[in-house]
Write a protein that binds this ligand. Structure first.
Ligand code: SAM
Length: 326
């Protein structure tokens, strides 16, 4: 690793324990006898994910036989090979280090999964990821942040992204696990695993009608979306209502409205699936007598803009500035 790259890496590693862990990972790679893959161009040194963490990553993503998994920086191929062998998934790994790619190819052959998986010597930054239903990574924070905009641009809604150790800053994970790793070669003897599910874009203005307490009511909802989180401004029969709990999980949407209907407070729990400019699903109404569950269909009248904070991420900005200076 060049001094310049090391300085950039150090300046980008931040925030408490994760900073220490990342720094130690880098240091361990240099002094601890770890192999540094293709030192000139590798953005992250080679450190294999422990086997119990591999299992946890695949379990958290619920990998199955219909999945196509891409490991960005695949090392000895263990994540892709395990996904194929244990869960019947297909996929590929890319690594900048040709020797590691050869090891992974040999291992895939040995384990009898070379018809399901492939490994390529390739830079992860120029790898087409659009086919993935699951993306895995064990990379540094600033590398994750450079990839983040691509996840929204190139991956289908519902694609799961699993990261060992490092997060995606202000994109909150949909799930997180912490596992004991007693023989971890750096930092605390534990590892974090994060899961994100690429959300569909539900931002904009939606309208629908519902029969509540015997009369047809008009609903209008303006949704603002940041990553998978939704903020809403609802009108029910022309009057303001309260919105809470809005979020996307892939194409699935859920939120709650509380509206005054004929002098009664009616709680609406909506869930559904966003497909283009339509939503279809179910709503549970509480506060009417009796409580009911009914079908619900909405149409989008105005599209919004999914906010993925492209301006905000500090690490990504610092990386870009450092690259511009090179
Ligand atoms: C921490 S290791 C993770 C290996 C494997 N994914 C695992 O979890 O066991 C990171 C890997 O990324 C590779 N790598 C680093 N920069 C890369 C780049 N720009 N493109 C492709 N691979 C890269 C390294 O060679 C290394 O094998």
């Amino acid at each position: 690793m060049s001094q310049g790259a090391g300085a950039t890496m150090n300046s980008n590693l931040h925030r408490g324990v994760r900073a220490v862990a990342a720094g130690l990972l880098c240091l361990a790679a240099v002094v601890g006898g770890f192999r540094i893959a293709a030192a000139q161009t590798a953005d992250v040194p080679y450190v294999p994910t422990p086997w119990n963490v591999v299992d946890a990553m695949l379990g958290l993503a619920r990998v199955g036989p219909d999945d196509y998994l891409i490991d960005l920086g695949s090392g000895d191929g263990r994540i892709v090979i395990t996904a194929a062998k244990k869960y019947g998934a297909r996929g590929f790994g890319v690594d900048i280090d040709g020797a590691l790619v050869s090891t992974a190819q040999r291992e895939a052959q040995r384990q009898g999964v070379s018809d399901k998986v492939a490994f390529f010597t390739r830079n992860l930054f120029v790898t087409d990821i659009s086919r993935a239903t699951v993306v895995t990574m064990y990379l540094f924070p600033q590398v994750n942040m450079r990839l983040r905009p691509r996840f929204f641009k190139e991956l289908k809604p519902g694609t799961r992204i699993v990261s060992h150790e490092f997060d995606l800053e202000d994109w909150q994970p949909d799930a997180k696990l912490t596992l004991a790793v007693p023989d971890k070669p750096y930092g605390a003897p534990s590892s974090d695993v994060f899961l994100w599910i690429v959300p569909a874009d539900a931002s904009g203005k939606w309208r629908w009608q519902l029969t509540v307490a015997g009369a047809l009511r008009e609903y209008e909802l303006t949704l603002e979306q940041t990553f998978q989180m939704l903020q809403g401004a609802p009108l029910v029969a022309g009057k303001d209502a309260r919105f809470s709990g809005g979020r996307m999980r892939g194409e699935n949407i859920s939120f709650t409205l509380v509206a005054d209907i004929d002098g009664r407070e009616v709680r609406h729990e909506f869930s559904g699936r966003v497909a283009g400019d339509s939503i279809s699903g179910w709503v549970v109404l509480n506060g009417t007598v009796p409580a009911v569950q009914t079908e619900w269909r909405a149409g989008r009248t105005t599209r919004g803009k999914l906010n993925i904070n492209t301006e905000a991420p500090a690490a990504a900005r610092r990386t870009l500035i450092a690259e511009e200076r090179k």
